[in-house]
Each structure stands twice: as structure tokens, then as C-alpha cells.
Design a protein around this ligand. Structure first.
Ligand code: PBG
Length: 329
């Protein structure tokens, strides 16, 4: 084997489990997990989401139980998404400003029962609008600046209910700065902002739109505000602006198909960088596993490990409780 240079054998370190563990370059832990959960009106309700096997919508009392489970597993934070009653949806998404809306009620109930878990709330109007868009629709345009006024009010409403991290997912220009100023003026100087900085107009959000009930109502698509999947440099400019405007953490979404973006943003800014393994990614793994085509648990762990390898500090994933159970056992 003259071609093996100076006795180099890469396989030597891989022979045994102890050695593989010793040379492993990245580690996935429960500290890396953020669990997105869906909320629904009512009491004692756990409602399966058809396109996301293993994921349910919870009434507020059940969300509290989920938070208790998450805390027991050591999951640092939850992200909350409401299925708003269709009667409460209107043109301007006014339910987003209701201090007793589902997200606010869940924040208060979870904070009372599980004070030490982090609560991340999504800022965007899509769960509340009759047209399913993240912003205000005038004619056929999503108007930027008027939407921002609505989003800052939504952020304050969530902060008042006890949200720890405000996470704008709407992709309007200038919203991070406006939200930061509004939070500071309202006395919420400790409230963090996790910006969905590079959020792409993706087909992988399909099951989520079922979960929050916007797939039937969404008019058109979101390509005038979410990013073109073909672009990379633009993601860096988006992240740069969000950081300059005051983001404490940045996020890339979807996850696995966009690991190059995660890597470049982490490298460029050295900011806490998160990735969102979205509903369609979850559904693909669960569907293949459910058919016996892949080993679901191994695919889950491999996908989460890949985010760490790409430089993510943490991952929003519907697998969070399953992964936490696996990582702590
Ligand atoms: C919208 C929002 C979306 C997701 C999180 N926030 C969907 C969209 O932009 O239509 C998707 C999450 C997922 O697919 O898991 N504000």
C-alpha cells in the first residue's frame, strides 16, 4: 500500500466507540433545542396536526403541561404559534393586539407554572389575518411601513404578557429597529429579539400553514417579502441589517436545505445563530420513517447534528421533546 502516505490511516480513529467519541468535533445537547408548539382555543384539547405526525395543537392548559415536560427534559425554550379561531381573523389581524389572545394567555399561564423556561413569541400577522399574509394587504401589495406599526404593537402586547424573546418572522424592512425602540420605550429593555433574518419563500412551510390554519386562506404567495431560495449574499445583508438594528440573535429558515446560509452567517457575524428545522422538513423525516424507509430516530439525530456542524448555536425543531429524551437517556 505504497499510496498510503507515511502510514496515514484515517480509519484508525474510527475503530472503537470510545475513540469516535474522543475525536468528535461537535456535540448536540438538550441545551441546543427550542420546541415550537401550536396553540388552540379550549380546555383539555390535544389535537393532532395531520401533516405532522407526532405534533399536536394544545389548548392553554395542555400547553402548560407541555412546558412542564419540556422543563423536566431540560429544553431551554418554547416557541409559541396560535391556531386562531377563523371568526377572529380580519383584514388587519387585529387579534394580534388583543391582550387576551391565545399567545398572550399561554405566556401568562406558562410563566406562572414554569417560570424558568424561555418563551419565544412569533411576530407576524399571518395567524390573525383573513388573507393569511404576514403584513397588511393594500390592493395586492403587502405594505411595509404600516405593517411595522402593527408589528411593534404586537411585540409590546407579547412582552406585556411575559414573552422573553420577540421573534419577528414577517420579513418587513426595518422592523427589528422599530421593535427594539418600542420595547425600550415601553420599559422592556431586557426583552430579547431573535430575528428571522434569512427567511426564504419556501415550500417547506406547507404543514405549518395547515397547523395554524392559513393554507386554505392564503392569497397568492409570500415572495415579495420572503427571500428567493436562489440567493446567499442577500442573506448576509439581511442579517447585517438586523444586527445593526438591535437583534440579539439571528435565525435562518428553513434549516437543512440552507445549511450554507447558517454557516456563512455564523462565520461573518459571530452572533448567536439559530436554524429552524421547519414543518416540511419534520414531515419528510416522519413520513419516510413511518413508511419504514429510513430509521427515524437516526435521521432525526443526524439532521440535528448537521445544524451544529454548520455552526448553529441552537435549533428550533418539532423533534425537540423526542431528541431531548434521546439525548438525556
Ligand atoms: C409565519 C411563519 C411561518 C413559519 C413560522 N412563522 C410560515 C410562513 O411564513 O408562511 C413556518 C414554520 C414551519 O414551517 O415550521 N410568520
Amino acid at each position: 500500500m505504497a499510496e498510503i502516505l507515511a502510514g496515514r490511516r484515517m480509519r484508525r480513529n474510527r475503530r472503537t466507540d470510545w475513540s469516535r467519541r474522543l475525536v468528535r468535533e461537535t456535540a448536540l445537547s438538550v441545551d441546543d433545542l427550542i420546541w415550537p408548539i401550536f396553540l388552540v382555543e379550549g380546555q383539555g384539547i390535544t389535537q393532532p396536526v395531520a401533516a405532522m405526525p407526532g405534533v399536536d395543537r394544545y389548548s392553554v392548559d395542555r400547553a402548560v403541561a407541555a412546558a412542564e415536560r419540556a422543563a423536566a427534559l431540560g429544553i431551554p425554550a418554547l416557541a409559541l404559534f396560535p391556531y386562531t379561531n377563523p371568526d377572529l381573523r380580519d383584514e388587519s389581524g387585529s387579534e394580534a393586539l388583543n391582550p387576551d389572545n391565545l399567545v398572550c394567555a399561554a405566556c401568562r399561564a406558562i410563566k406562572a407554572a414554569v417560570p424558568d423556561i424561555g418563551l419565544i413569541t412569533d411576530v407576524a400577522l399571518d395567524p390573525y389575518t383573513s388573507h393569511g399574509h404576514d403584513g397588511l394587504l393594500v390592493g395586492d401589495e403587502i405594505v411595509n411601513d404600516a405593517t411595522i406599526a402593527q408589528l411593534t404593537a404586537q411585540s409590546l402586547n407579547q412582552a406585556e404578557a411575559g414573552a422573553d424573546v420577540i421573534a419577528p418572522s414577517d420579513m418587513m424592512d426595518g422592523r427589528v429597529g422599530a421593535i427594539r425602540r418600542a420595547l425600550d420605550a415601553g420599559g422592556f429593555t431586557n426583552t430579547q429579539i431573535m430575528a428571522y433574518s434569512a427567511k426564504y419563500a419556501s415550500a417547506f412551510y406547507g404543514p405549518f400553514r395547515d397547523a395554524i390554519g392559513t393554507s386554505a386562506t392564503l392569497k397568492g404567495d409570500k415572495r415579495t417579502y420572503q427571500m428567493d431560495p436562489a440567493n446567499t449574499d442577500e442573506a448576509l445583508r439581511e442579517a447585517e441589517l438586523d444586527i445593526a438594528e438591535g437583534a440579539d440573535m439571528v435565525m435562518v429558515k428553513p434549516g437543512l436545505p440552507y445549511l450554507d446560509i447558517v454557516w456563512r452567517i455564523r462565520e461573518a457575524f459571530q452572533m448567536p445563530t439559530f436554524a429552524y428545522q421547519v414543518s416540511g422538513e419534520y414531515a419528510m423525516i416522519q413520513a419516510a420513517a413511518g413508511n419504514g424507509w429510513i430509521d427515524g430516530e437516526r435521521a432525526m439525530l443526524e439532521s440535528l447534528q448537521a445544524f451544529k456542524r454548520a455552526g448553529a448555536n441552537g435549533i428550533l425543531t418539532y423533534f425537540a421533546p423526542l431528541a431531548a429524551e434521546r439525548l438525556t437517556r
